[in-house]
Structures are given as C-alpha cells and as structure tokens.
Ligand binder design. Structure first.
Ligand code: AMP
Ligand code: MN
Ligand code: ZN
Length: 941
C-alpha cells in the first residue's frame, strides 16, 4: 500500500510535467493490482488443488479387499445361510443366521459346563514366553483346525476406532489350555472367515469377558457369529461380585496386574510393542482359569441356596445370559438426516450448559451452522474412513459456529483454541486441525462464508467434489457405495456409468422415490388441530378445518377461538372423552412421520390393512385416527413391507390364500378356504394387483415393449388363466378383474383407456366379479414375489403406490357408505360429493344433537356424526356396496374371508385381537419414536 501512495503522490507532484508520467504511473498501479490479484488467484488455486492427505498417507484398511460394513447409508447385511428352502433364505436375511442354534442352547444349556475346564485346576497359571503370532493364511488354517478339536477356548479382540468411521478389528487373541494365538486381523482381514465354523460350532464353548462389543465387531468385520458363549462378566453379575472388570478378576484369581490404559493404544501399529503383546495375551490367557473358578462358585451357589427340587440353576443362568448376548445383531446407526444426531446433541449441550458458550450466542444462525458443520463432518468422515472426532471435534464445531471465522488463519487459531484441552483424552495423538480439515479447508470456508446453506447441497457438493469424476479423494471399499447409493436428487453431474459404477439403477430408484414423495405425500398439513368443545367448555376432540366448517355452516356450533380455530357445539354430544377412558383423542397431533419425526413430507399409513378393515362390522371401524398414522416414504416402505410379509403369515395361519387364479376346472377347488389346508396356498396364482398392472401395460404398450419384459408380463396374465394362450380380449378381461362397473367407468375416465375388444354389453365383467368373490372357480396362491434386493425399493414403491391407489378408491367407497357428513375427499367427483352431502343432510335432520366423539378422525376426513339409527334403505345400501368393494382390494377375497372367519370363530374379540396383532407388526417393524401419547397397541374399539 505504501508504494501505491508513493506512486500517487509522485504523480501529483509531477502533474505539471505533463500527462505522460501519469499514464506511466497509472499503468504501474494497474500492473501491480493485476499481479496481486494473480498471486491471490495462484494461491487460491493451489489451495483448491491441495491434494487430499490420503493420497500420500494410505490407510491400512484400504488394503482390505472385502469390506462387509462400508460407510454408506445402506444397512449392514448379515450372513445368509443356505437353507434348503430358498424362500426362507430370502426372507430372513436380517435375522441372526444362528438364531435356532443359540435359542436351543439357551433352552437346553450344558449342565456339565464344569467338565469343559477339566485340567484347569492343575494348569500352571504362569504365562510362558511362548505365543503364536498368526499372520499367514496357512497359519490361520492351522489355527482353525486346532481349535476345532478343542472343547473350549478363550477369546478377546482389540479394535481401532480413531482412524476409521465404524472401527475395525485389529487383533484377535485366542487362548487354549496349551497355546496363546495372536491373530493379525489387519493382514488376514479378507480370510478371517476361516474361523467362522469354530465360532459357530455349538459344541465348542467360547469364553469371553464382557462379550457385548466383541460379538458385534466380529459380525461387522468377518461375519463371524459366536454360538455357545460363556461370558465371565455375566457370571460376575450372577455371583454379585463387587466388581466385574477383567482387571479385578485377574487380580483376585491370578494375582496378575494389568494396565487397562493399553486398550486405548493404536492397535494398528506393527510390530506391536512388547508391552502391548503382553497386555493382549493377558486379556485372553487367564480367561479359561477364571471361567473355571467362576463356574465352581456358581455351582456352589446352587448347592447352598437351593432346596431339593429347586429348578433354578446358577450355572445354567450364566450360560443362558451369555448366549443371549450372542443373539445381538450388528447394525449401522442410520439417521434420517446425516449428522443430525450429533448436531442435536451439540446444540442441546450448548443450551443446557452455559459453561460452553453463552446462551445468547446459541441463536438460530449458530444452530444452523452447527447442523451444516455436522453434515459436513459426517460425510467427510465417511469419505475418508475416519472417526467423527478425528475429522472435527465437537468443541471445534461449537467454536466455529459461534465465531464464524472466514479466513484460513482464523479458522486454524479457533480450532487450536477449541481443542487445547482435549488432547489428553486419547493415547493416539489428535492432530489439530486434522489433515481432513487442512486438505479440504475450502469446504469449510465455503460453509462459514455462507456460500452453501442447504444441508442437501452440502452433501451433494462433497460427494461431487471429492468422490465424483475427477474428485479430490481416493475411492475405497469404504466410500465406493456412497457415490452410487447416496441421495443425489436430480444432480446430473455424476454420469451414471462413470468408472463403471452401476449408478443408473440407483438413479432410477431415487427418481422413483421422488416421484412417490411428490405424488403421494400430503399436500398440506393433515392435522389442523382445530378444537371442538362441548357446550360446557370441555374439549371433545381435534379435527380439521372442513369438519369445523361443516358444523358452522349448519349453525350447529359457534366459533370460540380464531387460532387455531375452535368451535363450541350448540347441542349435547352423545359421548364424552371421559367415557372413553382414553385421552388419545383429546390431544393435538403433530404433522410429522411417527416413525422418525420427518416433517418435510409424510403420507397416511393404514396400520390395519384396508383389505381386512373394510370388512369389519361397522361399529368396529371407528377409531380410524388411532390406526391411521403419518409416515415418511422411507418409514412407509418399511411398514408396508412388514405388513405385506405379515399378510402372508396370516394367509398361512388361517389357510386363506392371498392370490387368485381363474381356473376352468371347477371341481378342483371345492373346499372352503377357512378349512382348507395350507396346501391350497401353494397353488399357482397371481395377485389381482399384479394382474391388473400386467394387463394394463400389455394393452397400452405391448407392441413397443422389449420382448423380454413383454414375455414376463404375459406370463403373469397366463398364470391367471391357468397357463393357456391369451387373446387381447383376455387381457381386457384381466384388466377388469375385480372392477365394479362404476370403477370401470372411473378407470376409463382417469386412465383414458377405451375397451376395444370386449363386446358392448358384455357381461364378462360381472362374471369376473363372481370369480373373484370367492366362488369355487377361484383358486388362490400364497406366492412370494420377492424381488431382487436391489430392486426392492423401486418395486415396493410401485407396490405401495398401487396399494395406496386402491386404498384411496376404497376410502371413497367407504366414506360414501358411512354417509360421513362433511365430505372432504379430495378425489371425489363433484357429483358424488353432492350426493354425499345430500345424504348427510338428510341424516343430519334426524341426527341433530348427537355426536359420536369416538369417531373423530382427522386422517380419513370421514365425518363423525352418527345417529345410532340406520334406516332400512341405508342398510341395504351398505351391504350392496360391501360386495362391490371387496373386489377393489389388493387381495381379492382373502380379506373378506379372514374377517368372516374371525367373526365366526372368535366373534368381535377376534377382530379386536386381530387389530392388536397388526399394531404389533407395525411397532415391531418400525419402532416408531413419535407416536402420539396415548397411542396403544391394546387400544380398544
Ligand atoms: P479390551 O479387550 O478391554 O482391551 O478392549 C477392547 C477394545 O475396546 C480396545 O482395543 C479398544 O479399541 C476398545 N476400548 C475399550 N475400552 C476403551 C476405552 N476406555 N477407550 C478407548 N477404547 C476402548
Ligand atoms: Mn483386550
Ligand atoms: Zn479427501
């Protein structure tokens, strides 16, 4: 700057000398400015081009050829065992592969467990200098062979967590009574499966101390599952030992001191230090002797405390509790929004602990920045396979979000300050700022300068810049799937076939998901949380605006509050919430996914599938708001898949098949479904839904379709017709399966399809309806249509979509049969809406003064007025609609027959129990965390 002023001053001084020097000076100035700019550019560029630290610092785990748990967002896949029945293999892949073995061990535990440790009492406790370092495949084979001849062996594992996103096993220590093995699980990572059989062998007891983590780590890294465990920590629990740490047991039983600080060492290092080798050996070597001593005590405990004939056996209890640990399954933490959990915890820490940061600083902007930094940290940790704390400490995030430094120097000094007191926590020195931050500082600058604020954009930017074509960071087995499987929206910057990634399928999947969200998520909040008060001021229920308006328009209520709108009824309602003994209906409900809390999109989900519910007796159909909840598409898919699976179970249990087939040979299927054996469930058939989809596609696009696809669809339709050749007329008939004439008209209008091949006045539609209504000409099949796993999202979406379509049609039918007063179905055509209104009006005249609060149902939008009196005409109407309704459903006669069976065999209690079962299915599948208070599996109708 000094020189600039100098030049300017000189120019002024020399003004009288003429214009030339001025021009020269100005030129100099310009040149200077340009060069400064260029230098800046140069530095900016070199910073951009700063190579990722991983290019020069390869990680040991990058040598692994096979990684079971990568850093993508897809859930961990457990080992699938080849059962004779391939269907079982498909369906139960997420169950424990050795569940059966472990459960049977828990039921019939080995009472003679003490015999396993025969020789232990005489066994010299001294740990000699000899141990076996296993680092070659051949050696590992030998170990496996030797272990297979043992009755019992002891195990411990060491893992490394700091420089890895999920952590990995770095060492396994195995001790028999004669040898200590130290297995280098880094070098042998890809062949560790050799030990699977001995670990899964129920005839060999494995002794661990505090096996919880080891069990999960062995599954995560090697698909090794422990069957037959004796956990010395569980034995300590039962014996009520004052402490249950291994250090305590070593001290007490073996007089060995151990320095547990060594567990925090960097177990990746090779060779391991003498001290670490000693530590590792000690952890496994004495376990057999300790187990022997504990078992002896457990046995004595039994003798002292049990009366003759006492069933309780402490040894058995220890074994049972140990094996229960083995049933755990490793699972990745899957968040709906990456980094969300960490962000919430940091924010709540700041809000609750003013020691960290003054609450006034904890404003919206701060919180938003914390969220952004957490997303970035999470993704960078996944990309580089580092732990979160290695990338950026929580403290650093807090400081950055509070101070918002926007230059490199400021960022660095803030981080150093933030991390000044955390260094001591780990043995592995933490670098501040981390190499991730140093080599990708541009990202942070970008965030802190507010260039990118949308969380989704951060995700996309990171993947694009770092992993995408020409990205800055190395691809690995850990981050590879992030590129192909991450939600990238419509970003086209990643070319589908780059580097041979099979991204196109994923792109299709994402597109399908988006389409689904667009098409089916609720367009406006479902719960308006308008209130209805009784005339004495008691809150009766919440409802939506339209229902409110309905009462107001008829002068049946007056508006008492504006926001949210609330009305007071001018007549005495039939029931009160206290009659219900359930405050579920008198709480406001959040417009979020009850599964994960997602609030950006949601759709209605019916917990009790409509194919059953539609056939319930009318008075058991109320309480819809309890059993219709909001779910985001991801949770919706999980719940839907579980429900479809459970339908198959119901089909098998009741012997009432799900799928249909038109059979010419009538006398083949004379048995009534409820009494028929499950054998009839196995017969070949097709779901009405798939039949319709196939027929539709063939009729509309048949000639233009790839021949393979056409062949597949034809097969579906042919299955329905019992395998015979089919004509275009057959296709049209198939399309009309289960459609009422009304539905056919609707369908023709909506899809714009004109039936060309069916003759005018052709009654085949009715004939088809007869077929499907459970007449003898229908055979059915409980088929499994499990799709290729990769396609499951897509197909299930389509499936759910279709189901939803059906459900919506169904709701319309239902709404009209129930004569729900305020007609608010979005899709109802004006004429039918009018008709409904008219019906309601008539009803209202007689119904004035009676309201059934139990039927408050914001989700369905069906009205809640009931007069308790049904005219004969209405009755007839209802039954008529019932028959036609059944055919609209995804499973033809199945639902109707199941409900009839329940009512016949168990009465209405049967139906209530059936509802509870579906609520269980829902809860078990989703573990919903945001269900409204008062929601209950046991909810009574
Ligand atoms: P251990 O069998 O007790 O040596 O622990 C097994 C593994 O657990 C170690 O290799 C560490 O990765 C991890 N671990 C256990 N305790 C700690 C701790 N306090 N801090 C860090 N890591 C630990
Ligand atoms: Mn250990
Ligand atoms: Zn990088």
């Amino acid at each position: 700057m000094g020189s600039t002023f100098g030049a300017a001053a000189m120019a002024v001084d020399n003004d009288k000398l003429g214009a030339a020097p001025l021009v020269i000076a100005a030129t100099c100035l310009l040149a200077l400015a340009i060069s400064v700019h260029l230098i800046k550019q140069f530095f900016a560029n070199t910073k951009c081009k700063k190579p990722c630290y991983l290019i020069t610092e390869p990680k040991p785990q990058y040598k692994f050829k096979r990684v079971l748990a990568d850093n993508s967002y897809s859930q961990f896949k457990h080992l699938k065992l080849h059962a004779e029945d391939s269907v079982i293999e498909e369906e139960y892949s997420d169950l424990h592969p050795y569940k059966g073995e472990i459960s049977s061990l828990m039921k019939n535990a080995n009472v003679e467990i003490l015999e396993l440790f025969e020789g232990c009492e005489k066994w010299s406790l001294e740990m000699g200098g000899e141990y076996v370092w296993v680092e070659e495949e051949a050696q590992l084979r030998e170990v496996a062979e030797e272990l297979s001849n043992e009755k019992v062996f002891a195990v411990d594992t060491e893992q490394h967590g700091l420089r890895s996103f999920l952590g990995f096993t770095a060492l396994i220590q195995i001790s028999t009574m004669s040898k200590d093995y130290l297995i280098d699980t880094i070098i042998l990572h890809d062949v560790m499966g050799l030990l699977r059989p001995v670990f899964a062998n129920p005839g060999i007891c494995k002794v661990f101390h505090g096996a919880h983590n080891d069990i999960l780590w062995l599954q995560r890294d090697f698909h090794i599952y422990v069957v037959n465990l004796f956990d010395t920590a569980k034995a300590c629990d039962i014996l009520s030992k004052p402490q249950k740490s291994l250090a305590y047991l070593l001290e007490t039983y073996c007089s060995v001191a151990t320095n547990k600080l060594l567990q925090r060492e960097d177990w990746r290092q090779r060779p391991l230090s003498e001290e670490m080798i000693q530590y590792a050996r000690v952890d496994a070597h004495y376990l057999l002797y300790i187990a022997y001593r504990l078992c002896t005590e457990l046995k004595q405990l039994k003798n002292e405390n049990s009366s003759p004939g006492d069933k309780f056996h402490f040894l058995l209890e220890a074994s049972r509790r140990s094996n229960a640990t083995c049933l755990q399954l490793f699972a990745k933490d899957v968040e709906s929004c990456t980094g969300e959990l960490a962000a919430s915890s940091i924010i709540s820490r700041c809000l609750n602990d003013p020691g960290n940061i003054s609450p006034s600083l904890c404003d919206d902007k701060f919180q938003e920045l914390v969220r952004q930094l957490c997303v970035w940290r999470d993704l960078m940790a996944r990309l580089h396979d580092e732990s979160l704390r290695f990338v950026l400490s929580d403290n650093a995030i807090i400081t950055l979000a509070a101070k918002i430094p926007t230059t490199e120097t400021d960022i660095y000094s803030n981080m150093l300050e933030a991390d000044s007191d955390v260094e001591s926590v780990t043995m592995v020195p933490l670098q501040t700022p981390s190499p991730v931050v140093c080599s990708h500082l541009d990202d942070l600058l970008c965030l802190l300068r507010g260039r990118i604020t949308n969380l989704d954009d951060i995700l996309q930017m990171c993947i694009r810049e770092h992993l995408g074509p020409g990205g800055s960071c190395p691809l690995s087995a850990y981050n590879y799937a992030l590129l192909s499987k991450t939600t990238l929206g419509t970003s086209n910057r990643i070319t589908p076939n780059h580097n041979g990634f099979r991204a196109s399928k994923q792109v299709a999947k994402m597109a399908s998901r988006q389409l689904f969200v667009q098409k089916f998520s609720c367009k406006s909040p479902v719960y308006h949380n308008c209130k209805i008060y009784a005339n004495d001021g008691r809150l009766l229920c919440y409802c939506d605006q339209r229902k409110l308006q309905w009462y107001l328009n008829r002068d049946l209520a007056k508006l008492v509050e504006e926001d949210p709108p609330s009305i007071m009824l001018l007549f005495e309602p039939k029931g009160r919430p206290e009659d219900e003994d359930n405050d579920f209906y008198i709480q406001s409900k959040k417009n979020i996914c009850v599964g994960c809390g997602e609030g950006n999109h949601y759709l209605r989900y019916r917990i009790i599938p409509s194919c059953y519910r539609i056939h319930f007796p009318e008075h058991l159909k109320s309480h819809r708001s309890h059993d219709i909840v909001l779910l985001c598409v991801d949770c919706h898919e999980i719940a839907h898949t579980a429900a479809e699976k459970y339908k198959k179970q119901v089909a098998a249990e009741f012997g009432i098949p799900l799928f249909i087939r038109r059979v010419a040979d009538l006398d083949k299927t004379q048995n009534t479904p409820a009494s028929s054996s499950t054998a009839s469930c196995e017969e070949v058939g097709v779901s009405p839904l798939q039949l319709r989809i196939a027929a539709m596609a063939l009729l509309r696009h048949g000639p233009r379709m790839p021949s393979q696809r056409r062949e597949e669809l034809m097969q579906t339709v042919m299955t329905y017709y019992g395998g015979r050749e089919i004509s275009d007329e057959d296709l049209e008939k198939a399309l009309l399966v289960g459609m009422s004439p009304h539905e056919r008209r609707r369908f023709e209008k909506k899809r714009g399809y004109v039936f060309k091949h069916l003759g005018k006045g052709n009654n085949s539609i009715d004939a088809e309806e007869d077929d499907i209504a459970g007449k003898p000409s229908v055979t059915v099949k409980n088929a499994s249509n499990d799709e290729d796993e990769e396609d499951s999202l897509h197909t299930n979406m389509t499936d759910a979509y279709q189901q939803q379509d059906y459900d919506n049609i169904l709701d319309e039918a239902e709404t009209s049969t129930q004569h729900s007063s305020p007609n608010i179905r979005e899709n109802t055509s004006p004429s039918s809406a009018d008709a409904d209104d008219a019906a309601s009006d008539t009803k209202m005249v007689s119904a004035a003064g009676s309201i059934s609060i139990s039927d408050n149902d914001e989700t369905s939008g069906s009205g809640n007025l009931s007069n308790g009196v049904t005219s004969p005409l209405e009755d007839k109407d209802v039954s008529l609609k019932h028959d036609s309704k059944m055919s609209l459903l995804g499973h033809g006669p199945h639902g109707k027959q199941v409900v009839e069976y329940l009512l016949r065999e168990r009465g209405e209690d049967g139906v209530r129990e059936f509802c509870q079962r579906w609520r269980h299915v829902f809860v078990d599948a989703l573990h919903p965390r945001f269900l409204p208070g008062g929601w209950d599996v046991k909810h009574r109708i």
